[in-house]
Structure formats: structure tokens, C-alpha cells
Write a new protein. Structure first.
Length: 546
């Protein structure tokens, strides 16, 4: 690792080449270690890449502090709010940065997230509340804090940002927490703080303290509402009481999608770099191209909203968009932000620049040709490749996505006498055993890689692309109703099985003698698909990540 530590403390642009994704995830903990308390930010192309790298790092360096900072899971200038879970992750991360600005940690984020402006640090600093058993706390004061900071009072807590009150018990689901907590009061004295399972209601742990932060990026406090009134008038040429957004906010009621007018609620917005001013930032492969595409997408949606003003919207309220630079970092400012700090460009390929630091990595062999060969046996090809790699002095590691697939892969390779196959639980175990062993590990890598010392072959290299469908989280009935209300004919929706269709409205069908509400989607050749409203979870807006 040529003078890497020295490079990572020098301002300017640096290039790290020969870093395919699997090797990059292995090296990121070392980069974080080299930057120390300054911190390290790695910008992924999208949420899928972030999730994969996060899982890989958990295997390579399980003790490393990793903070995820995601983007909103909705389109630019959307009519729906970001998911509560996403907002919770973002605010929890910002609170962590404010509370511990000088900490050795790796921040994983995405192009969409890092380009989006964030709430000011003053809001995060002023929206914290610490509790511990033995404190004397007035229940009304705590409830007032929760309401002012975006928490929703419900009958039973289910999602981050919920709270419920039952006599001397207050249940809260703090943003960023793994589950809800229960505060047990005797009068004004806080007797205990217990985490519990929301499904079974059983206590899972006793807590010595609890830190509460804001649950929403838009807080309907008197000062925020005053800022909104002033900002709305300045942006749109005066008050408009006929605008449901304006009417709701000025009445201190939450409005679906109000986060897309976030700049109006604050005197100013900041960037992620304002929270971590000394951190080194690295850009994943194709990040620059993704940023250009994101800027184009934001401009396109802004132009569409501007053009639609004054046109018929099938009952939907007119949408008054703020200019792109109000909520997002424009290209010129982004380049200046990078110029003011240590920035690293990571490439899976070797780069000709003389100042590039090469890690000597390259994509490993795939067995697509062997799979396609009539009468061929891909496992015989894998065996031959393993033997060739070991002959070159390289240690061989095989990766699988699950423990079950790792066991099946190991069994098949043993049957083909592909060397001495051994299971490994950790990366250290796989790379410190005798080089003659072929270690099989559970590690979610899509593509293998090679260096002069090691050859990593993935399950996907051998068997081809995997069909993966991530579990979909059930949405609450209230959320479904809110999202249905934001749909207008012509919106594009994606069905999990049937793909992209055009929403034409709600229809009531007679099903077995009873009326049934369904969404109507139109596909090519005017094909129709009716989706019962209770199956709304099968649909997402086109372009959404959820």
C-alpha cells in the first residue's frame, strides 16, 4: 500500500486503481483506519451497491463502526413523503455526526443522498432529549417534545417515530433504533427503560439510558411554520390559502410529500460535508456518471412540474416546485466541495495516470462460456481453474450468498475432487490457513476478483446471475390510503410481477356478489390489470427504490 496513509491526509484528488468491488470492500476498513478521527465517506452508485458493500464490510471487518446515510426513497418533486424508516436512518446518522464529530468511522452513502441538501446542524442539536432511570420528568413535557420533533402518537408503536401513552407507560420507537422502548414512570420519576419486541410485547433488554432525536426532517414548530410562510411567499409570489400544502402547514398539520419543500422550513440547509468537514470522501466506480444522470433527472422532473402548472391535474392540487439548487447541490458547487478536501476516485481498472495507486486487483474469471458449452461441465472447469490459480501461488477462496448454498457448492466441488475444500467462518480464517486449502465462505459478492496473492471465485461466477427479490415491508393501512390519495391518472406504477403500467384510476368491481375496490393499470396493446387495494404493496412508483 504505497504511502497510502500519507496520501489520504493530503487535500486534492487521488486515484486508486485495480479495485474491483470485492477488493474495494476489503480495503475500505483500511482506508478508514488510515484517516483516523477525520472519518471516511464512501459514495456508492445506488442503494443496492451500498447494501452489498455494507454486508461485505461486515464480513471483512465486523468491528468497524459503519454508519449508513441513505437518500429519500422517492422521486424528485414527488407527492409522497420518504419512508419513515429511511428518514429515521438519516436523522440517526446526522445525530451521530453532531454528537461525535471526531470519530473513526466509515460512512456509506449514495450519489442521490450526498447530492441532497440536509437539515442544519442547529436543528439536530436542538432536537435531542436524554433520559435515564431515576430522572424526574414530567410526562406532558416529554410528550410535547415528541410531538414537536415529528413523532406520531398512535395506539401501538410499529414504525420508527411512533409513540403511545398508556397511564404511566410511554412506548417510543426512536429513529435509528433496532426496536421500540418502554418508559415506566411512577409519578414523575422514570423507574426503568426497557427495549421490547413490538410483536410479542416482551422485554428484550434493560437500558441504562436513552437518547431521543428528531423523527422527521420537517418539524411543525412555530418557528418552522413562520419560516415556511415567509419562504413560500418569497418563492411563489405571495400567500395562497387555496394551496393544500400552504393551508395544512400553516394550520400545523402534516402534509403528504411536504419534505419536498424542506428549504422553506429552515433559514438555510447544509450538506453532509458540513457535518463531517474533515472526512475523506471516496467515489465508487461510475459515481461521476451517476451524478450527471441524477442532475439531469432532477432538472427533468422540475421542468415537468413547471410545465404542468395551470394544466388540468384530475383533481390533484397544483404542484409548485422549488428550483433544483434549493434542495440539491449543483454540479459547480459539488466540484468545489471535492476540491476543498481529500477526495479519492476508486476504479476497478488500472489507470494510466502516473499518480494513481494500483492495488493490482482485477475481475476474476467467470464461467459463462463453460455453462453455455453443450455437453460441458462447469464444475470440471472450476476444478481446472482452481488448480491453475494454486499453481501460480494464489490462495483460492469461494464465496456463496447463503450458508445453504455454501454447503451445496462445497459438496459438489468435493464430488469433483476440486482440491481440499474447507469451510471458513471469517476472512482471517480463510486467509491464514494453509494455501493448499480451498476455503468456502458466506459473503455476498456478485463478481470474483484476483490479485497476485489471492483468487476469489463467487457462486455467481460459477452458476450465473441470481434471481433475488428482497423482502417487501408491509405498509400500514394509513400509509396506503395516503399514497392512494396522491396517485393521478397517467402515473407510471411498477407491479412486482407484471412490470410498468399506466395508472388509470380506481374501479369498483363486483367480485362474488360484493363490491371490490381495485386499481386499474393499462399495459401494451391496451391490456388491463386490476389490482385489489389490499395488494397495493405489490406496486411502487416508477423510479422508486421501495
Amino acid at each position: 500500500m504505497i504511502d497510502l496513509k500519507e496520501r489520504l491526509v493530503q487535500p486534492g484528488r487521488h486515484i486508486l486503481s485495480g479495485l474491483p468491488q470485492g477488493l474495494l470492500a476489503q480495503q475500505l476498513p483500511l482506508f478508514t483506519e488510515a484517516t483516523g478521527e477525520r472519518g471516511y465517506i464512501h459514495v456508492c452508485v445506488d442503494d443496492q451497491q451500498l447494501a452489498n458493500i455494507e454486508e461485505q464490510i461486515a464480513f471483512y471487518a465486523p468491528d468497524l463502526k459503519v454508519v449508513r446515510f441513505p437518500a429519500w426513497d422517492c422521486l424528485p418533486y414527488d407527492r409522497v413523503s420518504p419512508a419513515a424508516e429511511i428518514v429515521a436512518q438519516r436523522l440517526s446518522a446526522l445525530a451521530e455526526f453532531v454528537a461525535r464529530p471526531k470519530t473513526k468511522r466509515l460512512v456509506l452513502t449514495t450519489v442521490n443522498a450526498v447530492l441532497q441538501r440536509v437539515v442544519p446542524r442547529s436543528m439536530v442539536q436542538g432536537s435531542s432529549y436524554r433520559l435515564a432511570p431515576g430522572n424526574r420528568i414530567k410526562g406532558d413535557d416529554l410528550q410535547a417534545f415528541l410531538v414537536d420533533n415529528g413523532y406520531s402518537r398512535v395506539g401501538t408503536v410499529v414504525d420508527p417515530g411512533d409513540f403511545a401513552v398508556r397511564g404511566g407507560l410511554i412506548d417510543i420507537y426512536p429513529p435509528g433504533a433496532s426496536g421500540p422502548v418502554r418508559l415506566d414512570f411512577f409519578g414523575d420519576a422514570l423507574e426503568s427503560i426497557r427495549s421490547f419486541d413490538a410483536t410479542t410485547q416482551r422485554t428484550t433488554d434493560q437500558l441504562k439510558e436513552l437518547s431521543l432525536n428528531a423523527a422527521n426532517e420537517v418539524l411543525l414548530t412555530p418557528s418552522a411554520i413562520a419560516n415556511f410562510r415567509k419562504g413560500y411567499a418569497a418563492a411563489f409570489g405571495g400567500m395562497d390559502t387555496s394551496d393544500p400544502l400552504y393551508e395544512s402547514v400553516t394550520s400545523a398539520r402534516r402534509y403528504q410529500g411536504m419534505e419536498h419543500w424542506l428549504p422553506l422550513f429552515h433559514n438555510h440547509l447544509e450538506t453532509l460535508f458540513d457535518y463531517l468537514p474533515d472526512a475523506v470522501v471516496s467515489l465508487g466506480h461510475m459515481a461521476a456518471e451517476s451524478m450527471a444522470a441524477r442532475h439531469e433527472q432532477i432538472a427533468e422532473y422540475f421542468d415537468a412540474r413547471k410545465e404542468a402548472l395551470g394544466k388540468q391535474t384530475f383533481g390533484a392540487a397544483p404542484y409548485k416546485p422549488l428550483p433544483p439548487e434549493a434542495l440539491s447541490i449543483p454540479e459547480k458547487q459539488w466540484q468545489q466541495l471535492l476540491a476543498d478536501r481529500t477526495a479519492v476516485e476508486c476504479s476497478p481498472f488500472e489507470r494510466p495516470e502516473s499518480k494513481a495507486i494500483s492495488f493490482g486487483g482485477r475481475q476474476g474469471k467467470t464461467f459463462a462460456a463453460e455453462r453455455a458449452e453443450a455437453g460441458g461441465n462447469v464444475y470440471d472447469a472450476v476444478k481446472a481453474h482452481i488448480e491453475a490459480q494454486q499453481a501460480k501461488g494464489r490462495r483460492v477462496v469461494l464465496t456463496a450468498w447463503t450458508a445453504g448454498s455454501a454447503e451445496r457448492l462445497a459438496t459438489i466441488l468435493r464430488d469433483h475432487h476440486a482440491g481440499s475444500i474447507a469451510d471458513a467462518a471469517t476472512w482471517a480464517e480463510a486467509t491464514t490457513r494453509a494455501p493448499s486449502l480451498v476455503n468456502v465462505i458466506v459473503l455476498p459478492l456478485e463478481e470474483g476478483f484476483e490479485t497476485d496473492e489471492i483468487s476469489v471465485i463467487t457462486e455467481q461466477d460459477i452458476l450465473g446471475d441470481r434471481m433475488v427479490r428482497r423482502a417487501r415491508k408491509q405498509r400500514k393501512a394509513a400509509d396506503v390510503i395516503s399514497e392512494l390519495a396522491t396517485l393521478t391518472p397517467g402515473d407510471l406504477l411498477v407491479h412486482v410481477d407484471h412490470g410498468i403500467g399506466r395508472f388509470e384510476g380506481l374501479r369498483t368491481l363486483d367480485v362474488q356478489g360484493a363490491p371490490h375496490d381495485c386499481l386499474l393499470l393499462i399495459y401494451a396493446n391496451n391490456d388491463r390489470l386490476f389490482i385489489p387495494v389490499e395488494n397495493f404493496d405489490l406496486l411502487t412508483r416508477y423510479g422508486s427504490e421501495t
